[in-house]
Write a protein that binds this ligand. Structure first.
Ligand SMILES: NC(=O)c1ccc[n+]([C@@H]2O[C@H](COP(=O)([O-])OP(=O)(O)OC[C@H]3O[C@@H](n4cnc5c(N)ncnc54)[C@H](OP(=O)(O)O)[C@@H]3O)[C@@H](O)[C@H]2O)c1
Length: 273
């Protein structure tokens, strides 16, 4: 699996498995199956309520911990210093691991100063509980603020990004600050797979629409974490890492310009995107 360098000094596999909405035995089985077929990067969050299942899937896979990259996220309503420190202990127990590779602020909030949350995350890194830190759902202004405030390099900003939502300005800002973008909902939760530009390219190349979406992100140096269940989707998405798009194909997808947000984020969003 291709890896990208983070400004924290660690490397991240460019393709990972998203686990939002994966619960119970399906989650365990999917994580185990994905690792067995070659996935090395698993994305979860406190808010997904599946830490234990992810941890069991990882354990059952038999993979060595050092060969895996695990991301989790701090909930929006638990960003005070004491809450973050307590989460550090709990996430290790739930995920059955000594450390996570990447710890993100899941959603920015106005209720706790960013300084306080970043300081607590710094402490978790010093304790060896997290290797890198980052943010999620931060807009351009907030990314600049986070980069300025954080005592540690901000490794990634995880945001909605797919062919129906090409966030060019945010990508440019993050790049200029050395922050990688991780694309969540990289298939637009399935909606991007229906777009005629994507379907035409997939048809011409004899690949799946999902592979085209993932390859487009990877060509831009973006990390993609599609969620999938079942061997067929998991394998197909993994193979997208081997797909190279022609520059004309990339330009055609860039030109879709729908700016369609699939994740409405009602109740989570306190700042404009
Ligand atoms: N930071 C945040 O606030 C945030 C927000 C949203 C998501 N995320 C992360 O990003 C991950 C991915 O996003 P997402 O789950 O919203 O959506 P997504 O990955 O864009 O799409 C998932 C949907 O696509 C289907 N699918 C997967 N592979 C396919 C294939 N090869 N062909 C056809 N359909 C396919 C899945 O079906 P099956 O399940 O049946 O395979 C599922 O219905 C999440 O799981 C989570 O880890 C983070």
């Amino acid at each position: 699996m291709n890896t990208l360098q983070l400004q924290s000094g660690n490397a991240i596999p460019q393709l990972g498995l998203g686990t939002w909405e994966l619960t119970g035995s399906t989650c365990e089985k999917t994580v185990k199956e994905a690792i067995a077929m070659g996935y090395t990067h698993i994305d979860t969050a406190d808010g997904y309520g599946n830490h234990k299942e992810v941890g069991r899937g990882v354990h059952d896979s038999g993979a060595k911990r050092e060969n895996l990259f695990i991301t989790t996220k701090i909930k929006k309503n638990a960003q005070k210093e004491a809450q973050v420190l307590a989460f550090g202990d709990r996430m290790r127990k739930e995920l059955n691991t000594d450390y996570v590779d990447l710890l993100l602020i899941h959603w920015p909030t106005k209720n706790v100063p960013f300084e306080e949350t970043f300081t607590a995350m710094h402490t978790l890194v010093e304790k060896g509980y997290a290797r890198s830190i980052g943010i999620s759902n931060f807009n351009t202004d907030l990314v600049k603020k986070a980069a300025h405030i954080s005592p540690l390099p901000v490794a990634t900003n995880q945001v909605e990004f797919h062919p129906l939502l090409f966030q060019k300005e945010l990508l440019n800002t993050c790049e200029s600050l050395g922050i990688r973008i991780t694309a969540y909902s990289p298939l637009g939760k399935g909606e991007a797979l229906q777009h005629p530009v994507i379907r035409d390219i997939a048809g011409a190349k004899g690949v799946s629409a999902a592979q085209v979406c993932i390859a487009w992100l990877m060509a831009k140096g973006i990390i993609a974490i599609p969620k999938a269940r079942g061997k067929e989707h998991l394998e197909s998405n993994l193979k997208a890492a081997e797909l190279t798009l022609l520059s004309g194909e990339i330009t055609a997808i860039d030109g879709i310009q729908e700016q369609k947000r699939i994740i409405e984020a009602e109740g989570w969003r306190e700042f404009d995107f």
